[in-house]
Design a protein. Structure first.
Length: 412
């Protein structure tokens, strides 16, 4: 089946095959075609070009896009959308001035979500999580990474990963799963943290592998959470099972997590609100994607990842939502792109590159999604009539997406 989209005011992020990600100055360029057409066949992009060069209007379905833009779907490379309940009860404490760490010390935080998750059945967890997945699809996200990490005991971690697998099976959005057993220490392991690390390496990882439940491994490498040594032990153990690292580092302190990630060939290092010059140097000699999570900075009132420092050093940068109940209760990538422009001083071109092609690389889907490229999946959204792509971050509070296509299917 073929669908032909005609009179597209601007077809954004059109690229030849073979580009994995864009870095430094190249992030300034967002290739696009004005007055364009796009032809899709079944789940794939077949062709695109200028209307002037369109030789035949023959297609099973014809869609007129006059005044509208088409962009490749957002690639959200870091989320925790499988969780139980919410943490709205901590919201008032946060408003009164308690920090993320203080809320965690009061028994809130990740441990609060873990308790809720352990008490929630797999079916119920699936129901709650699928609503969030459907929500982000309508907001233009076409590929997403989802982490475990609120189980914090073997059975509950496996439950989370099974829910992610079921979401993968039932939805057309592309999903990658990450095992984040090392998210925080359960209360009863606080006096023997290495014992919890052993539980992860000796019990959880073999089971995750046995059921083939994850693509990646993650660790919250941070003061008060997992040390660089513990992080390395977990990454090395996971490597034996073929799990590639994507790790939480430098959210509050720069403790050497970036170097550990790069040394272990991490696909991405995520957060980076605190970033030393040494961290930048380490990243310059790597294929590791830095990921910024601006809605987490917004919600926690912590510094934004220094995007200019990263990009001006010639590095690439990806943007993700970090959708989770504690530090970013939103999976709206349009807002993420707006925050990147407004608060991190990224240009719309840089921010859109970061939220599409670079996000795709950060979940190993750069051959399938992240740009309008012949042979890639037909994952894109059509905007309402708007003047330009810069209008998306500019009009940050508006819902500007009219239609969403995933693998060639119109999502209603
Ligand atoms: O990426 N920092 C660690 N993990 C999440 C927050 C998890 C939570 O607070 O529930 C994050 O910000
Ligand atoms: Fe996170």
């Amino acid at each position: 089946m073929t669908t032909l989209f005609i009179h597209i005011q601007e077809l954004v992020q059109v690229r030849e095959p073979g580009i994995s990600y864009v870095s430094g100055l190249d992030m300034q360029t967002l290739p696009s075609l004005k007055k364009a057409f796009l032809l899709i066949e079944n789940e794939f992009i077949k062709d695109y070009g200028l209307m002037d060069n369109l030789s035949s209007f023959e297609a099973d379905i014809l869609v007129d896009c006059t005044g509208k833009l088409i962009l490749p779907s957002w690639c959200d490379s870091h989320t925790h959308i499988v969780f139980a309940g919410n943490r709205e009860s901590e919201f008032a404490d946060k408003i009164k001035g308690l920090t993320y760490e203080e809320i965690a010390q009061k028994g809130g935080g990740i441990l609060n979500s873990a308790k809720k998750l352990q008490d929630t059945s797999e079916t119920e967890l699936y129901e709650q999580s699928s609503k969030r997945l459907e929500e982000i699809v309508q907001l233009g996200t076409g590929a997403v990474e989802i982490k475990s990490g609120y189980g914090m005991e073997t059975e509950a971690e496996i439950k989370m990963l099974r829910v992610i697998r079921k979401l993968k099976e039932n939805y057309p959005i592309s999903i990658k799963a990450t095992f984040l057993g090392a998210h925080a220490f359960p209360q009863h392991y606080v006096s023997d943290k290495d014992a919890y690390v052993r539980l992860i390496t000796d019990e959880m990882l073999p089971l995750v592998h046995k059921e083939d439940l994850a693509d990646f491994v993650d660790v919250f490498c941070e003061k008060g959470y997992f040390s660089t040594e513990q992080t390395e032990i977990i990454l090395k153990a996971a490597k034996k099972y073929g799990l590639i690292p994507k790790i939480h580092v430098n959210q509050f302190y720069s403790i050497g997590g970036v170097a550990i990630g790069v040394a272990n060939k991490a696909l991405s290092v995520d957060h980076l609100e605190e970033l030393s010059d040494e961290d930048v140097q380490v990243l310059q000699n790597s294929k590791t994607m830095p990921i910024a999570l601006p809605s987490c900075s917004f919600y926690l009132r912590i510094p934004y990842t220094p995007a200019r420092k990263i990009i001006n050093a010639g590095l690439p940068l990806a943007l993700a939502s970090d959708y989770n109940p504690g530090s970013s209760p939103s999976g709206n990538m349009n807002f993420v792109v707006a925050l990147a422009c407004i608060q991190m001083k990224m240009t719309p071109e840089e921010a859109i590159n970061a939220a599409t092609i670079n996000g795709a690389y950060a979940i190993q889907l750069e051959k399938q999604v992240g740009s309008i490229t012949r042979g890639k999946w037909a994952n894109f959204f059509i905007t309402k009539p708007i003047p330009s792509y810069g209008f998306i971050p500019y009009a940050f509070g508006s819902q500007l997406i009219e239609q969403v296509y995933l693998k060639g299917i119109l999502i209603q």
